[in-house]
Ligand binder design. Structure first.
Ligand SMILES: Cc1cc2nc3c(=O)[nH]c(=O)nc-3n(C[C@H](O)[C@H](O)[C@H](O)COP(=O)(O)OP(=O)(O)OC[C@H]3O[C@@H](n4cnc5c(N)ncnc54)[C@H](O)[C@@H]3O)c2cc1C
Length: 421
């Protein structure tokens, strides 16, 4: 590869304790937590709405946050954000969970749909009121390194390049782009042909009116309709690997042609309208960091001494996973923590930690780790884990699962989830 070397004339801006790169759901959690902990916090988001895939990506569904036996696993800020997402808009919350954890065991999942644009705007108000400085339409272009430390982030916008000095940095870009540019080892993900814009039709409007449910006015249009496990991926379409520019562009061109051809191929043009298109690639796993620990699917019901949060497998009851700090940090990178869907987990474990509730929890946890590292003036991987865990517990995060939650028939030697991909 040709290496170009040039000096960037970047205007030096205000110094922050914490710079969070990426305002997806994980970055929102990290920035909010940072501000609540009293850190001067900057959130840099390259688009113009917060929430990432969970809003502009049109993924408007909190996967189940329970163990399918009536116990809520994803708590803390995952609970706060779920409730915020449905505060003023529609929901699909099961009644049994409406007032919180049910008194009796239930197999009804704790999940909900929500209005993505409204949620994005509520997140913006929440963060702004908490004191987060938000930069919209600005890209976190590059970390500036001094050995194993990031001294700050160079941003790129219409104004030009700017340099924001930072004591701690959180990579919440969803594709580990800050970590990769800092020199941290990363791994690429494989993606199927999934693209789901939304339409309204006269029929869907009638359905909405007759049911009194506005969410029924909007329906999914299937572009590439591959599912989580790759079912429906067309034989003649390549898989989409990694973060290369061409990968996403090829995906968008192919999918958008399918959708426009579908509309061009017939139907009364006064009866339907394409109202929302994903403003980010609907790729599940683009690229992730290689942390000091890589979480595996076989780590279900395993305790980690440096656990930060416990999450549940949304697709299979009843598997719980502790996410250790060492899956979000790497020694040699003193002030960088990765959260959200780019944390260090492989195979189906990557799927388990990347969805909305775990992404929120790793974001919240990342900021607590950053604050403790600042307080002790030590690398983030070495900050006092007990203090971090007790802070997270005080915020109602399930740091470690209680052994009473392990199903009676659980046999760690038996891998019960069959990978269907
Ligand atoms: C097809 C599909 C279906 C899914 N279905 C569900 C579901 O039903 N329920 C569920 O819970 N989860 C689902 N998920 C997963 C879930 O939506 C995401 O994994 C989760 O929202 C990821 O959040 P994140 O904050 O880690 O990353 P992202 O949402 O990717 O957020 C990253 C943010 O960083 C910004 N950014 C990136 N680079 C930069 C930069 N250099 N500078 C500034 N900003 C930057 C982006 O604009 C974005 O806002 C689905 C995912 C896909 C693809």
């Amino acid at each position: 590869m040709e290496r170009l070397s040039f000096a960037i004339d970047a205007a030096r801006k205000k110094e922050y304790d914490l710079v969070v790169c990426g305002g997806g759901i994980a970055g929102c959690a990290a920035a909010l937590e940072g501000a609540r902990l009293g850190l001067k916090t900057l959130l840099v988001e390259k688009t113009c709405l917060l929430g990432g895939l969970a809003t502009i990506g049109l993924v408007n569904y909190f996967v189940p946050m329970d163990n399918r036996r009536g116990r809520q696993i994803c708590r803390g800020m995952a609970e706060e954000f779920l409730r915020l997402s449905i505060r003023y808009g529609y929901d699909t919350l099961p009644e049994v969970w409406r007032e919180g954890e049910p008194e009796k065991p239930t197999s009804v999942p704790y999940h909900t749909g929500y209005d993505p644009n409204l949620f994005a705007m509520l997140l913006c108000s929440l963060l702004d009121e908490a004191g987060v400085d938000i930069l919209f339409d600005v890209t976190a272009a590059h970390p500036v390194m001094d050995g194993g430390r990031i001294t700050g982030i160079v941003t790129d916008s219409a104004e030009g390049f700017s340099f924001y000095p930072a004591r701690q940095v959180i990579d919440a870009t969803g594709d580990a782009s800050v970590a990769a540019k800092a020199g941290m080892p990363t791994a690429d993900g494989k993606n199927y042909f999934s693209y789901f814009p939304r339409e309204i039709t006269l029929d869907s409007c009638r359905d909405a009116v007759s049911s009194g449910r506005i969410d029924r006015a909007i329906r999914t249009v299937s572009g590439g309709s591959a599912n989580l496990y790759g079912g429906g991926h067309p034989e003649d379409v390549p898989f989409f690997f990694g973060a290369g520019d061409g990968t996403r562009s090829d995906y968008f061109v192919r999918n958008q042609k399918i959708v426009s051809e579908r509309f061009a191929s017939g139907g009364d043009r006064f009866s339907r309208m394409l109202v929302m298109a994903p403003m980010t690639a609907q790729f599940r796993t683009i690229r992730r960091m290689e942390g000091d620990t890589v979480l595996h699917e076989e780590d279900a019901y395993r305790h980690f001494p440096d656990a930060l949060c416990t999450v549940n497998d949304f697709d299979h009851a009843d598997f719980l996973y502790e996410v250790p700090r060492s899956a979000m940090t790497r020694r040699g990178f003193d002030n960088l923590t990765v959260c959200g869907r780019a944390v260090s987990a492989d195979g189906f474990a990557w799927d388990i930690v990347r969805v909305i509730p775990p992404a929120i929890l790793t974001g919240q946890s990342a900021a607590v780790c950053a604050a403790q590292a600042i307080a002790e003036d030590v690398p983030v991987a070495e900050a006092d884990i007990k203090k971090i865990q007790s802070k997270l517990e005080s915020e109602d995060v399930m740091v470690s699962f209680d052994d009473s939650l392990v199903p009676e028939s659980w046999d760690p030697a038996v891998r019960r989830h069959v990978d269907k991909r």
